[in-house]
Ligand binder design. Structure first.
Ligand SMILES: Nc1ncnc2c1ncn2[C@@H]1O[C@H](COP(=O)(O)OP(=O)(O)OP(=O)(O)O)[C@@H](O)[C@H]1O
Ligand SMILES: [Mg+2]
Length: 330
């Protein structure tokens, strides 16, 4: 079925408003510092059912923190998160959350660190299924075999251990584990960045295939813009804990609205003027501890004006379906 038809025209499947997370800054063993790292600041995003939102931005801008907050691995300081019929995931108590756990999964960057080396593949891929109990050993064997086949491995691999697989195969195991509990939302956190380039497209295509079959919504976190544009229907660009631009992937690729997105695009191989990548690497990296009063991108921005120091530009609709947080872009 066509993705747009499946997503319908109703309210978005995933809707996050005002998400905020501050980490206390640890400066020493006996530190009494009250300073905090503003990892995620008033972040909002939406993902229709069965679609992919690519979340991009430089290292340390808060992407992983966002993914972990949505899965409630860590708790937010503020924000609302509606997910399908659940009006606020952040308001659920432990019991409510345990029902929801199977519906939301995470695929990590590092397929080596995220699979328990002492567990057999069969137990790894069926782990999310075993929470509630009730499945016989034979059921688990059968389900493990099906999952392995679904991700392009052999059911005969069931009794092996993670060290017997290559990096790409391990990421297939992570995907099998993530889909075992029939989730409707998966956070894919840089799922291919640790893999050889030759393997990356196989894993991306597997993720696309699975999405087409199962109608799962993805939050796809990545540095690599080429990968993000390949996979995503929608893109949100993050800078210093905030979304600075969001919209359909194709429209952003063709014409970015925010100067930071333009900088990222110019640095993409095969795009921009010669030497553009160097420009993108320079410039001040924003401090998440002492946030400036105005726009965090101000020190690096080619368009900056006086107004940009006075307040944080709101993320507002500049064109139909397209938002940017910039006083200088119309
Ligand atoms: N547990 C923590 N305690 C304190 N600070 C943290 C913690 N986790 C993350 N941070 C800080 O929060 C900010 C955002 O980190 P996060 O890992 O979300 O960034 P990221 O965009 O995923 O980066 P990368 O692209 O490198 O994975 C960083 O400044 C980071 O140092
Ligand atoms: Mg990260």
């Amino acid at each position: 079925m066509d993705k747009t038809a499946r997503s319908g025209t109703g309210s978005p499947f995933i809707r996050v408003r005002g998400l905020t997370k501050r980490y206390p800054l640890k400066t020493g063993l006996f530190s009494t510092s009250r300073e905090v790292v503003h990892a995620v600041n008033d972040l909002s995003l939406e993902i229709p059912r069965g679609m992919t939102l690519g979340l991009v931005g430089e290292s340390g801008c808060g992407k992983t923190t966002t993914g972990r907050l949505l899965l409630r691995v860590i708790e937010p300081d503020a924000g609302e998160f509606s997910f399908g019929e659940v009006s606020d995931v952040f308001a659920l108590d432990r019991e409510g959350l345990s029902h929801l756990r199977k519906k939301m999964q995470y695929i990590f960057q590092d397929p080596y660190g995220s699979l328990n080396p002492k567990m057999q593949v069969r137990d790894i891929v069926t782990e999310p299924l075993r929470y509630g109990g009730g499945l016989s050993s034979r059921d688990l064997d059968r389900r493990a075999g099906e999952l392995l086949e679904r991700v392009g491995l052999s059911p005969g691999d069931s009794r092996k251990y993670p060290h017997e697989f290559s990096g790409g195969q391990r990421q297939r195991l992570s995907i099998a584990r993530a889909i075992s509990s029939a989730p409707s939302f998966i956070v894919c956190d840089e799922p291919v960045s640790s893999l050889d380039v030759s393997i990356q497209s196989q894993i991306l295509n597997l993720l696309l295939d699975i999405q087409r079959d199962l109608g799962i919504s993805y939050l796809f976190i990545a540095h690599n813009l080429a990968v993000v544009f390949y996979l995503s229907d929608l893109v949100s660009v993050m800078y210093a804990g905030r979304i600075v631009e969001s919209g359909p992937s194709r429209a952003i690729y063709d014409q970015a609205l925010h100067p930071y997105t333009r900088l990222l695009l110019e640095a993409m191989p095969g795009r921009g003027a010669p030497g553009a990548a160097r420009t993108a690497d320079t410039g001040e990296v924003p401090s998440l501890i002492h946030l400036p009063r105005g726009c965090a991108f101000y020190p690096r921005c080619p368009l900056r004006g006086e107004i940009c120091r006075e307040g944080v530009p709101p993320l507002e609709e500049k064109r139909p379906g397209r938002r940017a947080a910039c006083f200088m872009t119309g």
